[in-house]
Design a protein around this ligand. Structure first.
Ligand SMILES: Nc1ncnc2c1ncn2[C@@H]1O[C@H](COP(=O)(O)OP(=O)(O)O)[C@@H](O)[C@H]1O
Ligand SMILES: [Mg+2]
Length: 375
């Protein structure tokens, strides 16, 4: 297996545009080398990105040539010049050209992919990934060619939720072939990093890795791609929302007040970057007793519906807290695929149909209503 030191040694032969050996340029992130997979990023001034693209390619080739390396992913990241604002101020509209501006390269869309939608939540553990998977399966069951991209660098969960143990294959040395499961085209950042890889996937490296997962993966023709976003509404999430050419966002929340505050922040974040909010899903909305079928509203069911109404965004549906959903989900057997005739699958399909209608209906593409949200 290649070590970090061997990787750095191989990069000595790769010069910067000025001719300096790459490891001496001060542009490299930490190098992660584990189990034959190597990742790092090169961070350069935004104005110099073009000149560095060939350096990135050469670095990747140099690392890939090392014995024992199966995957090499080098991300090129543009850093704003000092003094430039790092994020738009709250409640402000996006800066002119923010979508398709200097970062426009990432906003060109993914060839062959009709619509990319984000599934997001204000915080982790609300069932974002479970919802993303079953929503994607629901969209597929409606006849849409559907892909799912796991961009949750804090907790990639698609390998588990879809019981995928194989690694994606390289196609022609540069592009990755996604995995197929239950009729979905699947790619996860979790395929590329081990569960115990240290959490150095922060900031710019992450964003660039996302761009590469969109662009260097052979997605093929898709009607819709569902992106399982990292939870939260911080700078990393905001930048990701700006980096991906999103047609819309689905917000997942549980009904509790605290979760709703986070969901509100999520809605506000997408509005700030002019991404239409397709709607809110209330997950773990009510409890269905598996024995007797009795329903109880342990978390104060209905909170997300009210919140959606208050904020003027569509409400997409309620998913009960149910042991079957958990067990199936955690076993890699998502209910929409494995119990298509069940009640849960029906609920997810209805949510998927509303999402599809939002994407093509009059609400889609309409400018977000001007509502000031106290985040
Ligand atoms: N509606 C539900 N009913 C029962 N368990 C659920 C439901 N939605 C999610 N879970 C479970 O809750 C846990 C967290 O869900 P997950 O989708 O991983 O959340 P997130 O992606 O927001 O962190 C998982 O164990 C999952 O199986
Ligand atoms: Mg998750």
């Amino acid at each position: 297996m290649a070590t970090k030191e061997q990787v750095l040694a191989s990069l000595e032969a790769v010069p910067s545009p000025e001719g300096t050996p790459l490891p001496k340029t001060g542009t490299l992130s930490e190098v992660v080398a584990s189990d034959g997979k190597v990742f790092f990023s090169i961070t350069v001034d935004a104005a110099e990105v073009k000149a560095w693209e060939s350096v990135r390619k050469r670095a990747e080739e140099a690392v890939r040539a090392l014995p024992g390396v199966t995957t090499a992913m080098v991300a090129l990241t543009a850093e704003r010049k000092a003094g430039a604002a790092s994020a738009p101020p709250p409640h402000a509209g996006p800066p002119p050209g923010a979508r398709g501006g200097p970062r426009g390269e990432a906003m060109q869309g993914v060839p062959g992919v009709e619509a990319i939608i984000a599934v997001a939540s204000g915080k982790g553990g609300v069932g974002k990934s479970t919802t993303a998977v079953n929503l994607a399966l629901g969209l597929a069951s409606l006849g849409l060619k559907t892909g799912i991209l796991d961009a949750d660098i804090y907790g990639p969960s698609l390998p588990k939720l879809l019981a995928i143990r194989e690694k994606p294959q390289m196609l022609g040395g540069t592009r990755l072939k996604p995995i197929s499961r239950y009729g979905l085209t699947v790619m996860s950042i979790g395929f590329l990093i081990d569960e115990d890889t240290p959490m150095i996937w922060r900031g710019p490296m992450v964003i660039s890795a996302l761009t590469q997962m969109l662009r260097e993966v052979e997605w093929g023709a898709l009607d819709v791609m569902v992106v399982d976003m990292p939870p939260g509404t911080g700078d990393a999430q905001l930048t990701m929302a700006q980096q991906v050419p999103l047609k819309g966002a689905v917000i997942v929340s549980t009904p509790q007040d605290l979760a709703l505050i986070d969901a509100r922040r999520g809605i506000s974040m997408f509005k700030r970057v002019n991404v239409p909010v397709l709607g809110v899903v209330e997950n773990m909305s009510y409890f269905l007793c598996p024995e007797c079928g009795t329903r109880s509203d342990i978390f104060g069911h209905g909170g997300a519906r009210h919140e959606a109404q208050r904020l003027g965004v569509p409400f997409l549906g309620e998913v009960p807290l149910h042991m079957t959903i958990r067990e199936k989900s955690d076993a890699g057997l998502p209910v929409v695929a494995t119990e298509p005739d069940g009640e849960h699958a029906r609920i997810y399909r209805e949510i998927a149909a509303r999402v599809r209608d939002q994407l093509k209906g009059p609400g889609a593409g309409r400018a977000a209503p001007k509502i000031v949200i106290e985040a």
